[in-house]
Design a protein around this ligand. Sequence first.
Ligand code: EPU
Length: 336
Amino acid sequence: MKAKTNISLKSYNTFGIDVCCSTFIEIKNPIELAKILRNNEDPFMVLGGGSNILLTDDYHGLIIKNSIKGFDVIEENSTHVWLKIGAGEVWHDVVMKAIENDWGGIENLSLIPGTMGAAPMQNIGAYGIEIKSIFHSLEALNVNTQKTRTFNSEECKFGYRESIFKHEAKGKYIITYVTLKLTKVNHSINIAYGAIKDTLIEREIDSPTIKDVSDAVISIRQSKLPDPREIGNAGSFFKNPTISKEDYDQLKSQFDNIPGYLVGTTQVKVPAGWLIEQCGWKGYVKGNIGVHKNQALVLVNYGGGKGSELKSLSEEIQQSVKNRFGIELSTEVNIV
Ligand code: EPU
């Protein structure tokens, strides 16, 4: 645990934005973390995989890179296993290890970038599953008292890409461990999502295993989403907006083919990717940045782009969607 000064954060954020921080320190366990917090007086920020962040300027403060490792079965019975995982573990590696052991529940979340600790913060989700559905509890260090607090699922207040850690607990806790409850038998395979079903049919798989589902998700993601190691990006830049059914019906009368998914009985979720594509942004390139050619929800840095340029582009996109459809897009990515 050695502090470095004035280092570039380029390799610590998946957008690949080249800004500096005043101090950078990597912690490997909660004891090191507590010690840093006790002695630190500067502004600070915790980084996991840096896959959901847009850095718009140098960071004048301390960056704490959470590298707490661990992957331990802490309890099991004949049907389930309780896995305690260090916040610094790479999420996709966790999914792969679960599949190797034939533990089910997270296969639909294959290939999502980021770390274990970041996953519950925004209740990561894809292809019909959110982490909420297999989440048991997490441990987090209180930034002021350095005491550990355990949060159960209810206390995390999970919502669509939301949790208490983006609201009232924001900046107050640092997640150190997460416990997931996975199935050992009778996996509840979820292939309701059209693209998964289609891939399995193409592969002539009638009764898919969790490995088959994971493989299908990986190939779908690889075909639509850019690999951050090749093109800088942070996955979906915006959230899919939810509007009232009345507003949706009104839009439907104007835009016949607008997609929408009913949420409850009065709300409709509209894919932001469709709205952005309709405004002509898909595949847009401006200098070193742009909008991905296969998925309009994803902003990209082709190399050398600035965070401030991506922020401006995101605002232009928000404005054009607002002008055309009257819908406000909110960002999923944290802009710092
Ligand atoms: N669509 C378009 N044009 C586009 C993109 C999407 O028209 O350029 C429309 C299509 O109608 C498509 C629909 O949007 O059928 C849904 O698209 P997709 O299946 O790609 O999913 P999404 O709603 O765009 C969400 C998540 C993704 C997640 C996928 C799959 C959000 C903000 N994004 O995207 O999550 O992988 O569903 O479940 O909810 C992420 O959070 O970083 C992320 C990639």
